[in-house]
Design a protein around this ligand. Structure first.
Ligand SMILES: Cc1cc2nc3c(=O)[nH]c(=O)nc-3n(C[C@H](O)[C@H](O)[C@H](O)COP(=O)(O)O)c2cc1C
Length: 320
């Protein structure tokens, strides 16, 4: 997710779940081919399994970027055919590509020929007012037959390409999970992952009755502690990787310290942790300390101590 799932966020999420697959923000082919590649592609070794998401439509450019993904050590390369933003449409990629299945199939094929990574596609169930199932079925069928794609991550709502902001496009077009279930029933050998509006473990488990996987976006970001239960709930692991929220916080504070030691401003990374204690008494006070701009030049350990004290109701004077 743009501006959210950067490498720092992914590091945090990996401390909470060792098995959940993590995705980068979308990186455009233009940014990679003409920009600062290490800045876009570097990641922490701890993040595996991690997928690079690309935005683009030119097969040759996508192929070159897929090669880069492999060279950088990613585990998967994913093509975005679901983003509705106007900036993305002007570049002729994102959700508008759902109207150009042949071009996308060529792109996927070119990526597959260029690298040995799994090439996957993220898309919607339709664009604008095209609500019929055949549209998404034919998109998936074409990408499979002509492009060799076998893994599809389906955001279960349409993208309305005119008149809605990207945020509204994640909220207003109705969710229609049944279309994604139908895809799985019709293409049983393909891997179909469902996305959109899923939050609780019970909802995830219910979806797994119908499809192969679940992608969780906003809830994972806002409530990172949710990830801590997923290894045991969904990956058959006996124990969660961290015992409790404090342990997760300690690990991340150590990471913030390592960033600070390298001269990287730690508040850029600390923001991803702000939901960690949501739902607990004092969580708001804890969050306020971490967000306090007056503390941004202090060492993360000091801020952590202030935040803990505030959370326990002891720290208002210290944080002020
Ligand atoms: C801030 C933000 C940035 C996003 N950026 C991307 C992106 O770069 N690529 C992508 O495929 N989807 C992106 N999305 C969409 C999410 O991946 C997801 O499809 C959508 O939020 C619905 O799932 P959810 O209800 O689990 O959040 C973004 C969503 C948000 C909130």
């Amino acid at each position: 997710m743009m501006d959210w799932t950067d490498r720092h966020c992914r590091f945090l999420h990996r401390q909470l779940s060792q098995h959940t697959r993590l995705y980068t923000e979308m990186v455009t082919t233009g940014a990679l081919l003409h920009g600062d590649v290490p800045r876009h592609l570097d990641f922490n070794g701890e993040e595996h399994p991690v997928a690079l998401q690309l935005g683009g439509s030119e097969p040759a450019d996508l192929a070159a970027c897929a090669k880069l993904a492999e060279r950088w050590g990613y585990d998967e390369v994913n093509l975005n055919c679901g983003c509705p933003s106007e900036r993305v449409q002007r570049g002729a990629f994102g959700a508008c590509l759902m109207a150009e299945a042949d071009l996308v199939a060529d792109g996927v094929k070119a990526m597959q020929d260029a690298c040995s990574l799994p090439v996957t596609v993220k898309h919607r169930i339709g664009i604008d007012r095209i609500e019929r199932y055949d549209f998404v079925r034919d998109f998936v069928g074409t990408l499979h037959q002509r492009g060799g794609c076998t893994v599809f991550i389906v955001h279960a709502r349409n993208a309305w390409l005119q008149g809605l902001s990207p945020k509204e496009n994640r909220e207003i077009p109705p969710l229609r999970y049944e279309l994604v279930h139908r895809l799985k029933a019709e293409f049983p050998r393909l891997t179909i992952v469902i996305n959109g509006g899923l939050q609780t473990d019970a909802q995830i488990a219910e979806q797994l009755q119908h499809v192969d996987g679940v992608m969780v976006g906003r809830h994972a970001y806002h409530e990172p502690w949710a990830l801590a239960g997923w290894d045991t709930a969904f990956f058959g692991v006996a124990a969660a990787p961290v015992a409790d929220r404090e342990a997760a916080e300690d690990l991340y504070v150590a990471y913030l310290e390592s960033l600070a030691a390298r001269g990287t401003p730690w508040p850029l990374a600390a923001r991803h942790m702000l939901g960690l204690h949501n739902g607990l008494p004092g969580a708001r006070r804890w969050r306020q300390v971490w967000s306090d701009h007056r503390l941004k030049t202090r060492p993360p350990r000091e801020v952590a101590a202030l935040a803990r004290a505030a959370m326990a109701g002891r720290g208002a004077a210290l944080a002020a």
